[in-house]
Design a protein. Structure first.
Length: 232
């Protein structure tokens, strides 16, 4: 007796169709189905999955912080740092390495030097310093400092352009009239000078006091002159 011919089943299709061999599709169709099944997700689906993964990772990682140097101003070189929508820091005096050390102390972030990403803030700051505009209304992030420092800087931001207030006046306005020295320290540590106008606060005896951690800094004089303050 001759042995019956045996049909070799495609194991992939058998998983789909069970044991009813009569339902197997023609060979060319079977190969096409196997090929399609083996290819996995489409490019669009892969891109969507990768985007979701990146978004999830970004949410877990520290904030992205962009920074750059602004070399062309009457105040000399200025370093600035921003998020996507807020100004985080403005600083003088320092090298890039020193500025990054300062930023690391200020905020837990991933730092990237990018003139393009900070351009929106750099443009307004330079225009203000160069007397091309009279107002400066940049969104600033003061979440990195203490509540006391924040109260001092928020009150300082209310001092109008072209006017000055004293350290003791700021202390009284925040409800802590005896905290004059603490107010001075909060202003000395202002992470966003110019945008938060600590240069508008002077000593009670009419002298300028400190600015950006230095006494007698000419930048304070220059900024007040830009804003129309007349010195006797």
């Amino acid at each position: 007796m001759m042995a019956k011919n045996k049909v070799k089943r495609d194991p992939t299709l058998a998983d789909w169709l069970g044991d009813d061999l009569k339902r197997l599709p023609p060979t060319d169709l079977a190969e096409a189905l196997d090929s399609a099944f083996a290819e996995g997700p489409s490019q669009a689906e892969q891109a969507q999955a990768q985007s979701a993964l990146k978004s999830s990772l970004d949410n877990e990682l520290p904030t992205k912080v962009y920074y750059d140097e602004l070399p062309n101003s009457v105040l000399g070189p200025i370093w600035i740092a921003t998020s996507d929508s807020q100004l985080l820091a403005v600083d003088y005096h320092q090298s890039e390495e020193e500025f990054l050390i300062f930023l690391n102390k200020l905020v837990d972030g991933r730092f990237e030097r990018s003139s393009e990403k900070v351009a929106w803030a750099a443009r307004d700051l330079l225009a203000y310093i160069n007397r091309e505009r009279e107002d400066l209304q940049l969104a600033v992030d003061l979440s990195t400092i203490t509540p006391f420092q924040r109260s001092v800087l928020e009150e300082t931001s209310k001092v109008p352009r072209g006017q000055v207030a004293t350290y003791s006046e700021i202390a009284k306005r925040i409800g802590k009239p005896k905290a004059v020295r603490a107010v001075g320290q909060a202003l000395r540590r202002n992470p966003i000078p110019i945008a938060v106008p600590c240069h508008r606060v002077i000593s009670s005896d009419g002298t300028l006091g400190g600015y950006s951690g230095r006494m007698g800094d000419e930048r304070k004089v220059t900024l007040l002159q830009i804003e129309g303050v007349v010195f006797a």
